[in-house]
Structure formats: structure tokens, C-alpha cells
Write a protein that binds this ligand. Structure first.
Ligand code: DX5
Ligand code: ZN
Length: 228
């Protein structure tokens, strides 16, 4: 817990949240063990429903199986419509943090309150076309904002450089009303853009392809973690 607290106040390294979307689904336990031994801080879990995004990933049974072996918090990213229907089940499956999409929630304030009542860290994700300014009336209630740096749905896509501007906008928005906010970047993150993301204000980096397609995934996590 202490490293996370220090990080929030900018006195410690950023966090790394490897996405298991690109892991080996025939042997998830092996990849979870690798992450347990690595410098990963969280494990990013991408849930896709085939409606909000044009892809289907996995649901509760798989998250429960991951939770059995994971020694790091599960950072669950819901790319599903109307997530309110399932928040409790995701909590029960093992989610430590739950991030919902701004574009998928009609009553976002209610959704965020519900996630907090469940005892989870509450996050909101923004698609590439959604401006940060739309969070003006909810920024103080959030634990985390996830800026999508690709259009959600698939791993290994090309990073969108408009992300830097959005991080800067978010830093301004949260400066007075939520300076402890986690600013998480998701999509196309690698060792080539991580430094600029961190210097612009990101403090949590998600990485799927950059970790799991590497010859040595644990070393790839260490590289992302060591960037200053
Ligand atoms: C995309 C997912 C991401 C994705 C990141 O919809 O939310 O978490 O898996 O993967 P990479 O790092 O491969 O772009
Ligand atoms: Zn994600």
C-alpha cells in the first residue's frame, strides 16, 4: 500500500499494469505467476462484451481463476454497455479496481458511487474522441481516469499521439480538485513512449503487447518500471 500512496504524491515511480489480453489463455496461470514475480504493480484485466467494442474477451469465471493465483491487485477495465448490471459480480470475482467507460454510462455519478460502496477503486475511461473536459463535474469523486490511447477492442494497436494533449488537459483539471488522481494510459504503450507519457503526467501505464510479445516479459515490465 505504501508505494501506491507515495506514487500518488509524485514521490515514487509510476505503476505498471500489464494487460493479460495478450497473455497465453491456454496457460494463464504461468503468465500470472510471471507477473507475480515481476515488478508489475497491478494486473490489468480487459473485459469486452462485443457490443461496446467489436470484440469479446472473457467474464467472471476467468477473472475468478486469475484471482486464485494473482498476488497483485486486479485492475478491471470494463468495455461493456451499462456496467451497473454487473458491478457486484465483478467485485465478487476479484476486482480491486473497476474502471467503466464514460461513453457506456448514463448515470455515471451513481455508477461511481456504487463501485466505491463495493470497496473498489473507482475509475472512468475515456475513448480517444471523448474530451477530458466532460469530467469536470465528476473529477473530484474519481480515484482514477483511464485515457484510451487507441480505440478500445484489441491489443497491439498503434498509439494515438493526441493522448499527450489529453494527459495535459487532465493534469490541469485535477490539479486543484483531485491531485491524488491516478492517470492511467491504455493502448500502444511501450518503452518508446513511456518516458514522454510519464513526463506529461501519467502515473499508471498499461501494457499488453509490449510485455507479452517480448522475449522476456518480466524484463519488459522492469524496463517500463525503470523509466523516469
Ligand atoms: C484495448 C485494451 C488494452 C489493450 C492494451 O481495448 O483496453 O488494455 O489490451 O494492449 P496493448 O498494450 O497491446 O495496446
Ligand atoms: Zn484496458
Amino acid at each position: 500500500m505504501i508505494p501506491e500512496i507515495l506514487c500518488k504524491f509524485g514521490r515514487m515511480n509510476h505503476l505498471i499494469s500489464p494487460s493479460i489480453l495478450t497473455a497465453n489463455f491456454a496457460n494463464l496461470q504461468k503468465d500470472i505467476d510471471m507477473l507475480n514475480q515481476s515488478q508489475a504493480d497491478w494486473i490489468h484485466v480487459d473485459v469486452m462484451d462485443g457490443v461496446f467494442v467489436p470484440n469479446i474477451s472473457f467474464g467472471f469465471a476467468v477473472i475468478k481463476a486469475i484471482k486464485q493465483f494473482a498476488q497483485k491487485p486486479l485492475d478491471v477495465h470494463l468495455m461493456i454497455v451499462d456496467p451497473d448490471r454487473y458491478l457486484e459480480e465483478f467485485k465478487n470475482a476479484g476486482a480491486d479496481g473497476i474502471t467503466v467507460h464514460y461513453e457506456a454510462c448514463t448515470h455515471l455519478n451513481r455508477t461511481i458511487n456504487k463501485i466505491k460502496e463495493l470497496g473498489c477503486r473507482a475509475g472512468v475511461a475515456l475513448n480517444p474522441h471523448t474530451p477530458v473536459a466532460l469530467l469536470d463535474d465528476i473529477i473530484a469523486d474519481l480515484d482514477l481516469v483511464l485515457i484510451m490511447s487507441v480505440n478500445p477492442g484489441f491489443g497491439a494497436q498503434k498509439f494515438l499521439s493526441n493522448t499527450y494533449k489529453k494527459i495535459a488537459d487532465l493534469k490541469k483539471l485535477c490539479a486543484l480538485r483531485n491531485p491524488e488522481l491516478y492517470i492511467e494510459i491504455d493502448g500502444g504503450v511501450d518503452a518508446g513512449n513511456a518516458a514522454q507519457l510519464i513526463n506529461t503526467g501519467a502515473n499508471v501505464l498499461v501494457a499488453g503487447n509490449a510485455v507479452f510479445s517480448a522475449n522476456d516479459p518480466s524484463a519488459a515490465v522492469a524496463t517500463l518500471k525503470s523509466i523516469v
